[in-house]
Write a protein that binds this ligand. Structure first.
Ligand code: HEC
Length: 214
């Protein structure tokens, strides 16, 4: 630690922050620990590290006071975040209602030939037939022509299943993002129209008789 005057301000700062012991003077701080000839120097903790440690202590006191005396705590932070999230969703939904009014109106069932024909076409082009068979008799997915329903029959329920998908892991995905609402209405209407039809190799009925008639 000699000749501090000859050093630049930066060098002096580094020296103060590290308090390194000068080379060649190890003897001064040599301990009497000796392990197979390996000896140990008694260096001081470097001040930069020590200050960091003091800062963490100061911060912990600050937090301790905040949590015990202030009204800040993790639970409140969580509740506030959920509140804010709900507000954001409400604002987003308001805007979405203006941008996509069609999304929020009730699904409409079709019975006219044109829309049913479109539904039939979609049933093939959107790969429904791959799991439910070309004639709706079922395969990987359930039979769509019998009167038993796993998730509920009737236009509304069928439209909902096509939109939101089946139970997790069963294979019926939500088609909301890949099939337009108009097309999902046509698909659901088509499925309603094939109720009770005879299929080539009908899959055994699954589920219960649930038909909400709408
Ligand atoms: C990858 C295979 C697969 C494809 C593709 C598929 N489904 Fe399904 N679907 C299933 C399975 C499996 C279920 C049963 C879901 C459950 O048990 O939760 C199901 C259930 C359904 C149900 C409800 C049946 C009931 O008994 O409640 C309807 C309606 C339906 N699918 C229509 C469609 C339509 C329309 C399409 C095309 C847009 C389609 N599915 C494409 C596998 C598929």
């Amino acid at each position: 630690m000699s000749n501090l005057e000859n050093l630049s301000a930066w060098q002096r700062f580094i020296k103060r922050m590290t308090k390194v012991h000068e080379l060649g003077k190890e003897k001064d701080i040599m301990t009497d620990h000796d392990y197979d000839g390996i000896r140990e120097l008694d260096n001081v903790l470097p001040p930069w590290w020590l200050y960091g440690f003091y800062i963490t202590i100061a911060i912990s006191i600050f937090y301790y006071i905040m949590i015990l005396m202030g009204n800040y705590n993790q639970e409140k932070e969580y509740v506030d975040a959920v509140e804010q999230g709900k507000k954001d969703v409400a604002i987003w939904t308001e805007q979405d209602k203006i941008n996509n009014p069609n999304k929020y109106t009730e699904a409409v069932a079709y019975t006219d030939a044109e829309n049913l024909a479109k539904g039939k076409k979609l049933y093939t082009s959107k790969t429904c037939f791959a799991c439910h068979a070309t004639d709706g008799g079922g395969g990987i997915g359930p039979n769509l022509t019998d009167d038993k329903w796993i998730l509920g029959g009737g236009f509304k329920k069928i439209f909902e299943v096509i939109t939101k998908g089946g139970r997790p892991g069963k294979g019926m995905v939500a088609w909301e993002s890949s099939i337009t609402k108009e097309e999902r209405q046509q698909l659901a209407s088509y499925i309603v129209s094939i109720q009770g039809t005879t299929t080539a190799s009908p899959k055994a009925a699954e589920g219960d008789i649930i038909w909400d008639g709408k």
